[in-house]
Design a binder for this molecule. Structure first.
Ligand code: PMP
Length: 445
């Protein structure tokens, strides 16, 4: 799948640079930005072609475009799915209309996700699917006679998106809260559970979490967490046993349980969904990112029949949400193709191979002074430093080593496309080690 990347002659890199600098916002950035982003001139298989004033680079993508491009770039099956749908219809409104790609996708997602999840809301981004999940929970309680249950219980260190309700359940020590604390809805933030996929649940932690749930029970609508892997909030792993405790606590105090599987869904942690590590079913589940194999923007909020019936029985029996691009046929057709490609292939073997390759390739980082921890789970590898990553140095070192990485805070991390072969994974791991060294002020070795 390492086809040669192609570019588009129209978009000359120098002109892209000028227009970008003049006009474009980038994620979490200022305009005009101090950072000069690499210009993408092509992508194919596991590779990206990048241009900067210093040169052109053909790099292995260690980021899957933020957890999404699990099948790599320009995959013939996904390309064909997009083209095929363009030949039928690209977009139609979803109010009063429905179509094959959305209906079949819903059926497929319900079949793959934990048993009681039955209904699917097709949102247009992960953050919106979290808003919808939170709205579902609030509306459920309103409709079933508990309108006072308006708050959410989460644990610290999470990330759920950049819209306001999603921000309110992100880590309260992060930038979101320091900037917006005075306008965010006040939620209940428990401490983070002890980290480590293999670290058995701490009964003292579980007791403290339960006490918080009991104390606030009358005002809580739901518990919301990222299961097993906290992604953009700190790349921390947790024992799946905590999910079983959350299920028990939610049931004991009348709370709904929401799993945000936007980053972890579709095999990333070694199970199809992170909830599967624990055999636990949430009441509401958010999916996104890898849903379309990274081709188009689509997310989904699934809920149980109980939640849907609760909402339907209320004074306002409808879920008041309906984005213009809800159920976009191009995105749904591509998602369907991507999910089928994944589930018909050996994704479990691919992810296990990447996990083994990352473990082996990242071993040298464990011995670097200034490295706090190296951890790997499924197709996620993390080198956590003791100090914030020096972004410019780290990114440049990775690109020079032939890898695209986007470190954040204290973390150099990768979540490669599943189509990466052993050589690609070795290159990614070596690039991560080079990035960590560069950030720590060491020259290449
Ligand atoms: N939840 C989780 C767990 C995420 O990782 C992200 C994206 N990083 C989001 C929600 C928000 O998704 P989006 O960026 O598509 O709005």
């Amino acid at each position: 799948m390492n086809s040669t990347p192609t570019g588009t002659a129209r978009f000359l890199p120098e002109r892209v640079r000028a227009a970008d600098t003049a006009h474009l916002w980038h994620p979490y950035a200022a305009v005009p930005g101090a950072e000069r982003p690499y210009v993408v001139t092509g992508a194919g298989g596991t590779r990206l072609s990048l241009w900067s004033e210093e040169g052109t680079y053909h790099v292995v993508d260690g980021m899957s475009s933020w957890w999404s491009a699990i099948h790599g770039y320009r995959h013939p099956v996904l390309d064909a799915a997009v083209r095929g749908q363009v030949d039928s219809y690209s977009h139609v409104m979803f109010g009063g209309l429905t179509h094959g790609p959305a209906a079949e996708l819903a059926e497929t997602l319900v079949a793959l996700t934990p048993e009681p999840l039955e209904h699917v809301f097709l949102a247009d981004s992960g953050s919106v699917s979290v808003e919808v999940a939170m709205k579902m929970c609030l509306q459920y309680h309103r409709s079933t006679g508990s309108p006072g249950r308006r708050r959410f219980l989460t644990w610290r260190g999470g990330y759920h998106g950049d819209t306001f309700h999603a921000m309110s359940v992100c880590d309260p020590s992060g930038g979101m809260h320091s900037l917006w604390g005075d306008v965010l809805p006040a939620q209940v933030h428990a401490p983070e559970p002890p980290a480590g996929f293999d670290t058995e649940p701490d009964p003292l932690y579980v007791d403290a979490f339960e006490r918080l749930a009991a104390e606030h029970a009358g005002e809580l609508a739901a518990i919301i967490v990222e299961p097993v892997v906290q992604g953009a909030g700190g790349m921390r792993f947790h024992h799946p046993g905590y999910l079983r405790e959350l299920r028990r606590i939610a049931d004991a105090y009348g709370l709904l349980l929401v799993f945000d599987e936007i980053a972890t869904g579709f095999g990333r942690t070694g199970e199809l969904f992170a909830a599967d590590h624990a055999g636990v079913a949430p009441d509401v589940m958010c999916l996104g990112k890898a849903l379309t194999g990274g081709y188009l923007t689509l997310a989904a909020t699934l809920c149980t029949g109980r939640v849907a019936r609760g909402i339907a029985g209320g004074e306002v029996p409808v879920l008041a949400h309906g984005p213009t691009f809800m159920g976009n046929p191009l995105a749904c057709a591509t998602a369907l193709a991507s999910v089928e490609l994944l589930t018909r292939g050996d994704w479990r073997g691919d992810v296990a191979r990447i996990e083994a390759g990352l473990r082996e390739g990242l071993a040298p980082a464990e011995r670097l002074p200034g490295v706090r921890e190296v951890r790997v789970l499924g197709a996620v590898g993390v080198v956590e430093l003791e100090a914030p990553v020096r972004m410019g140095e780290a990114t440049r070192a990775a690109v020079e080593a032939g890898v695209w990485l986007r470190p954040f805070r204290d973390h150099v991390y990768a979540m490669p496309p599943y189509v990466c072969g052993p050589e690609d994974v070795a290159v990614i791991a070596a690039g991560m080690v080079a990035a960590a060294r560069a950030s720590l002020g060491e020259g290449p070795r």
